[in-house]
Design a protein around this ligand. Structure first.
Ligand code: ATP
Ligand code: MG
Length: 349
């Protein structure tokens, strides 16, 4: 059997260039090597966007358009809408027993996000436990590999802790998984903050027009002490150079720009002009494909619907094994409601 990939995105907004270098590029590269499942995580999106279900709904199709636009091929990979696979919710409930509140509190990504969103003690319980629902996503599909940005590493660790605990306690039916971090583990925001995020207003979207990208690049944070072109500038922590590192195929050219910037005599305007050229090179074909698919939303919807159906079958298979392992398969043909759980009878026969 081919190994499986599971990864996904929260449909809180369309996807941005951080997704592209953090995860989408790896997915495109590996989609024919692995059985690839891509989850449009609407349930997870609702954990902090539950007051705006219309936003989540609208972005399900936008995210699917982004997938097609970057070259994810629906013949090779399966797009799945999370809420339409109730087995994921079932697994989440069962896994919640295998983690402690104090352990969940220590998750560095969730801790950071709780602070960033200003939740404090009033964090919605669903948001607080989303790493457990992510463990359900990953294990429902028996994924061996999860292409993600580095903010997701604590989630993969949490998943494997649940897998090991489950397999030890019940029966070895869950698959341990591995993270695959993209070449750019975390793309900073246009405002210089450490992570470009849909929800932080510091993103360049794959669907932005040429003009929007130009406006965002012009307004980008750079080295605040680099006031005149003649001044020596700092490259570290300067998102303009981080983007050039991530997108400019001309490595030697980037090195030369950095050296010039550091020594002084290179203005922000010039560096940004190069960045714009580079981003346009990446985004133009994506934009064109996106526009083409956007003309036939019926097709896109069909792709997502068929994928969700295939995905559900896989998750149902895992759920069957989990039920057997946990002695919850009351009406199974070989076990039945009358007594011996099927996992036990299988082990003793
Ligand atoms: P939100 O603000 O709604 O949480 P997000 O921008 O963090 O949105 P997610 O849907 O949470 O996006 O993340 C989807 C995937 O993209 C994850 O694997 C995540 O690690 C990756 N990713 C998101 N932002 C970046 C980034 N700036 N750099 C690299 N990878 C990223
Ligand atoms: Mg996120």
């Amino acid at each position: 059997m081919r190994q499986r990939i599971l990864t996904g995105d929260r449909p809180t907004a369309p996807l941005h260039i951080g997704h592209y270098v953090g995860s989408l590029q790896s997915r495109v590269r590996l989609q024919r090597e692995y059985d690839t499942f891509i989850l449009i995580a609407d349930v997870q999106a609702l954990t902090d966007t539950f007051e705006h279900p219309e936003r989540v709904r609208a972005n399900v199709l936008q995210v699917a358009l982004d997938y097609l636009a970057v070259g994810l091929d629906p013949q090779a990979c399966t797009f799945v809408v999370q809420s339409m696979v109730p087995e994921i919710a079932e697994l989440t409930v069962l896994y919640l027993n295998l983690v402690t509140v104090s352990h969940l509190r220590q998750n560095p990504t969730v801790k950071h996000e709780i602070a960033q969103k200003g939740f404090g003690e009033n964090v919605p319980a669903g948001f607080f436990v989303y790493p457990v629902s992510q463990a359900a996503d990953i294990t429902a599909f028996g994924a061996h590999l999860v292409p993600v940005g580095d903010d997701q590493l604590p989630m993969i660790e949490q998943t494997n802790e649940i897998v090991r605990r489950f397999n030890r306690l019940y029966a070895p039916v869950l698959t341990e998984t591995k993270a695959l971090v993209g070449e750019t583990a975390r793309l900073p925001g246009t405002d210089g903050r450490a992570k470009m995020s849909k929800s932080l207003g510091n993103a360049i979207f794959l669907s932005d027009s040429v003009d929007e990208v130009a406006r965002k690049v012009r307004g980008m944070y750079t080295d605040p002490n680099h006031l005149r072109a003649d001044d020596a500038g700092t490259v570290e922590g300067n998102p303009v150079f981080a983007y050039l590192d991530a997108f400019d195929p001309d490595r030697a050219g980037v090195d030369a720009l950095k050296a010039h910037y550091r020594r002084g005599g290179l203005g922000d305007v010039k560096v940004k002009r190069r960045l714009l050229e580079v981003l346009d090179g990446t985004l133009a074909p994506i934009r064109a494909r996106r526009a083409e698919y956007a003309r036939d939303l019926g097709y896109v919807r069909g792709v997502v619907q068929a994928g969700t159906q295939r995905g559900r079958a896989v998750a149902a298979c895992t759920m069957g094994a989990v039920r057997a392992a946990m002695q919850l398969d009351y009406f199974a043909e070989d076990g039945g409601v009358v007594g011996t759980p099927s996992a036990v009878s299988a082990a003793s026969s």
